[in-house]
Design a protein around this ligand. Structure first.
Ligand SMILES: [Zn+2]
Length: 92
């Protein structure tokens, strides 16, 4: 079984009172044998409900909360880093 993990930030807005807030999750993707994989959202090392299932306003308790997709930021360390190809030195 392999595990990938990364951080994702989500922003929410309450359609009832207009309150906006953002939460950062640690996302872990487990991959078992075959095509079986599942994703666990964590905060502070504890598994929590996924952001799209945990939609209630912390201020007014309203349930009409919208997830703002523009705020999703993947902070993946495995970006397009240079692969360390040695510089060519041409003989003079
Ligand atoms: Zn609200």
């Amino acid at each position: 079984m392999t595990v990938d993990s990364w951080d994702e930030g989500y922003a929410f807005v309450c359609l009832r009172c207009g309150h906006e807030w953002a939460t950062k999750y640690e996302v872990r993707r487990y991959r078992g044998s075959g095509d079986h994989e599942w994703i666990v959202y964590c905060r502070g090392g504890q598994p929590v409900r996924p952001p799209h299932l945990d939609l209630s306003c912390p201020r007014c308790g309203g349930l009409r909360v919208k997830l703002l997709p523009t705020a999703v930021s993947k902070m993946d360390a495995r970006s397009d880093a240079p692969n360390g190809a040695p510089a060519k030195i041409s003989p003079i």
